[in-house]
Design a protein around this ligand. Structure first.
Ligand SMILES: Nc1nc2c(ncn2[C@@H]2O[C@H](COP(=O)(O)OP(=O)(O)OP(=O)(O)O)[C@@H](O)[C@H]2O)c(=O)[nH]1
Ligand SMILES: [Mg+2]
Length: 826
């Protein structure tokens, strides 16, 4: 920062000023975390849902202090913006708390703040945390060697220089600096790589502390919540920089590659506390030791790691050879005590079970490990004996099956797909479909329970809407009857009954339900009261007046969204043993919080029937994807939230084809056509600086609804589509059947809408737009659509690898129509 001139400083805002640690927590990363400095932006990320104030303040305050300072200089009162996101696991909702006044009037350039931290009013009690204090931390961490040694000798805290040996402290896994409970969070910040001083972030750990990875002090456990500790310890164990690097390990004189290291670490009996160094390994017996030393462990045999064992591997000179290695004095002693004849420089073959035979002989001479008291002998000589073969856990088996690649290696291969769209475009349906398609257990018991509750709650809400409509219909009907009667029989003022009238009992229930809905207590009453009201719901639904109201409401299009679907099932749903079906789950509204982000990790399962290979794409089990779905409602305010997603590889933008005749209130008081609102959002996302190099996949969703609707509502109901002139569909008789000579009206409309979006896209950017159609409620089409996204990513990777020219079929050329492949999914 110091090298930057004054003008740039103002422009770059606090993102570049900030030199503290990144925000929490693990590297399942949704977005990237708060930058440390210009050159070092960590990949760590998701922030815990339950922040402790202590944990977040050390991160926030240095920013704020600097920001305030700068604001003073520039007369700008705008506060630092903060967004805190959180998740419980890689699969869950992330709630975004967005401060109202987060918008900084100054543009943020260069490395953007991908994850900004918020300062709440409450936190101002620590406003005096100043830049000087921040410098203290730096100084403490970088203090001279003598000062450090002195502190270590006296057992002082490295930051406040107080305390003694008896005071509990937590140490940095890189430099071993120790901090007391008052300083540890300030010194270590949010610990995106585990317990490291802020200045040690990004540096490899001290190998002597490898054994303590993932095990923190009781002091820290007392200070943070369980969830925070879990996340910090997980990230400490799994983040890449803390891993042992294969280049530092030599086995039998040969440097290991990643795969060999992973194999070594994940075998049933791995070397204990593997550190960088040179080792020898007897693949036949499993003996393992440091180069030039006697064996220290018997690990799993037959691992394909390192080179061939050398005769002098353990620097033995006893002229007795086991599996091509000359053994050490201790080992010879052990053999003698075990009764093995060692006279005359024999060479033995020893297998993993302990059977040994002399070279050239067929039959084993004996079994070393079955010798009486062998354990005692080995223990006395500090030599290893075979440990019981561990049965690998299912997790270990998975690791073995997936090619020995641990989480952090897999994450390197993870591609991120960001799914966005205007409200109601179907993003959450696609997200749920993806879970059903690619997850072995798509929904946890808790999620299923939540769906259950949500569906029951929604159903009572739909019911209440229907009851309200019934009242309206009854009133209209009675008025009409009264009018008719006054014309026919002017002197008869008798009260006629409407087909929409219900019994007083149902009327009372209807009024009660309506009151509950208005009071917003539906959640409190249901589903607990479900069992009590189920018989009443059954009676209600059977009632002819309710049925008539339902039919009329449906015909008039007054039942929005999934209301019609769920009302038809309301009796089943109100039963206490109700279990939602997949379709019920897909159609459930309100399962993602209105300010939520949801993300899931998945890989495309290999299917023998799929045509993956024919498309030239080998199935790579290591290819992991992350689907991140943001609720459209979140993107209204200049799409600020999108700042966080600069590390996604593809933006999937979802548009509901059926929106062309729908209207919404965008807060202006005027009804806006939903397709135009969708276009506006599309423009903002496409031109958002975060995605300036990214290609887009446009999903034109709800094709089934378009097919139905277009037959009676013309596409040019939306002013953007006013020049749509469909070709007239002609039928040709063939084998007694009607055949369309042209594509259907819906397909023409799809092609036209795709063309309009492509043209818009090319007018905004020179990137590529890939378009496909989808029916969110159909599993197969969602599968096809997401696989298409995968292909797009692959083409793009190939394109950047080989700098090939255009892939012609999917050009963004505005004049080109979507290819067959694009509408294959229809
Ligand atoms: N017929 C039909 N309905 C769909 C399709 N995709 C989604 N829906 C329905 O459309 C409604 C809205 O879909 P959502 O997936 O909730 O839309 P969203 O993008 O999450 O928008 P919000 O509901 O505002 O969060 C739901 O009732 C879905 O069941 C589709 O392809 N065809
Ligand atoms: Mg939704």
């Amino acid at each position: 920062m110091s090298s930057m001139d004054e003008e740039e400083e103002i422009e770059y805002s606090f993102a570049l000023e900030y030199s503290g640690p990144p925000l929490l927590f693990n590297d399942y990363d949704l977005p990237k975390a708060l930058p440390i400095d210009l050159n070092r932006i960590p990949t760590a990320s998701i922030v815990s849902l339950s922040f402790s104030k202590e944990l977040i303040l050390p991160v926030i305050h240095p920013i704020r202090a600097k920001e305030c300072n700068k604001n003073k200089d520039h007369d700008d009162e705008s506060p630092t913006s903060v967004i805190l996101l959180g998740t419980d696991d890689d699969d869950s909702e992330v709630s975004a708390a967005h401060q109202e006044n987060t918008t900084s009037s100054r543009p943020v350039h260069g490395r953007r703040v991908s994850f900004v931290a918020s300062v709440d009013a409450e936190s101002s009690d620590q406003d005096d945390l100043s830049i000087e204090e921040d410098n203290d931390v730096e100084n403490a961490e970088h203090g001279g060697n003598d000062a450090v040694q002195e502190k270590a000798k006296r057992g002082l805290c490295y930051l406040c220089c107080r305390g003694n040996w008896l005071v509990e402290k937590e140490g940095c896994i890189v430099c071993n600096a120790k901090y007391c409970k008052n300083c540890v969070l300030r010194a270590m910040g949010s610990m995106p790589e585990g317990r490291k001083c802020r200045s040690c972030i990004g540096r490899p750990i001290d190998e002597s502390r490898r054994g303590s990875l993932g095990r923190c002090s009781r002091m820290l456990k007392r200070m943070l919540s369980k969830l925070e500790i879990r996340q910090i310890m997980e990230v400490e164990k799994s983040c890449e920089v803390n891993q042992l690097h294969p280049e530092c390990i030599f086995v039998n004189g040969q440097q290991l590659c990643q795969k060999e290291l992973v194999l070594l670490q994940n075998c049933p009996n791995p070397p204990t506390r593997l550190k960088p160094g040179r080792f020898w390994y007897d693949k036949l017996s499993g003996f393992w030791g440091k180069e030039g030393q006697h064996p220290c462990k018997i690990i799993s045999p037959h691992l394909n790691v390192g080179g061939h064992i050398m005769r002098n591997a353990s620097n033995g000179n006893m002229k007795v050879v086991i599996n091509n290695r000359e053994i050490t004095k201790r080992e010879r002693q052990m053999l003698r005590l075990a009764g093995v004849q060692c006279a005359g420089s024999p060479s033995f073959w020893l297998d993993e079970y302990g059977d040994y035979k002399e070279e050239g002989q067929k039959n084993p001479k004996g079994n070393l490990w079955k010798t009486p008291a062998i354990k005692l002998i080995c223990a006395a000589l500090s030599l290893p004996t075979p440990t019981k073969i561990k049965i690998p856990t299912s997790e270990e088996v998975n690791k073995l099956v997936s090619g020995f690649f641990p989480e952090y290696v897999k994450q390197r291969k993870r591609r991120k797909l960001l799914l966005v769209g205007y409200n109601g475009s179907g993003t959450s349906t696609i997200y749920k479909q993806a879970k059903l398609l690619y997850k072995a257990e798509p929904f946890s018991d808790e999620e299923l329970q939540n769906f259950n509750v949500m569906i029951q709650k929604n159903s009572y809400q739909y019911l209440s809407t229907l009851l309200e409509l019934r009242e309206r219909f009854e009133h209209e009907d009675l008025t009409e009857i009264a009018n008719r009667q006054s014309v026919d029989q002017p002197h008869d003022n008798g009260h006629g009954l409407s087909i929409f009238s219900v019994s007083p009992k149902l009327k009372a229930f209807s009024e009660w339900l309506f009151k509950i809905v208005v009071s917003g207590n539906l959640e409190v009453i249901f589903p607990a009261a479900n069992a009590d009201y189920a018989p009443l719901v059954k009676e209600l639904w059977k009632d002819s007046a309710i049925q008539a109201s339902f039919r009329k409401a449906r015909d008039l299009g007054l039942l929005e969204g999934a209301a019609e679907y769920f009302l038809q099932r309301v009796v089943d749903i109100s039963r206490s043993d109700y279990k939602p079906s997949e379709t019920d789950i897909l159609k459930t509204e309100g399962t993602t919080s209105s300010n939520g982000i949801a993300c899931m990790d998945f890989s495309f399962p290999h299917s023998a029937l799929s045509n993956d290979d024919t498309a030239g794409h080998q199935h790579d089990p290591l290819l992991r994807y992350q689907l991140i779905r943001i609720h459209g409602g979140n993107l209204q305010e200049n799409c600020k939230l999108l700042d966080m997603f600069e590390d996604v590889q593809l933006v999937i933008f979802c548009v509901a084809l059926s929106d062309y005749d729908q209207f919404c209130d965008e807060g202006t008081g005027n009804a806006t056509n939903k397709m135009l609102a969708s276009r506006k959002l599309f423009e903002s996302v496409v031109t958002h600086p975060t995605f300036k190099k990214m290609n887009f996949h446009l999903i034109l969703n709800k094709f089934d609804m378009l097919e139905e609707k277009i037959e009676h509502i013309p596409l040019n109901k939306c002013s953007w589509f006013d020049d749509f002139v469909p070709l007239r569909t002609r039928h040709r008789q063939q084998n007694g059947k009607n055949h369309n000579m042209y594509t259907s009206l819906a397909e023409q409309a799809f092609q036209y809408v795709a063309y309009k979006f492509k043209r818009l896209f090319t007018s905004l950017t020179d990137r590529k737009l890939y378009v496909s159609a989808s029916k969110g409620l159909e599993r197969e089409t969602v599968d096809e659509t997401l696989k298409y996204s995968r292909e797009v990513l692959k083409w793009e990777e190939e394109r950047s690898n080989y700098s090939t020219t255009e892939i012609s079929n999917f050009s963004t050329d505005a004049s080109s129509s979507p290819s067959n492949r694009e509408i294959k999914s229809l």
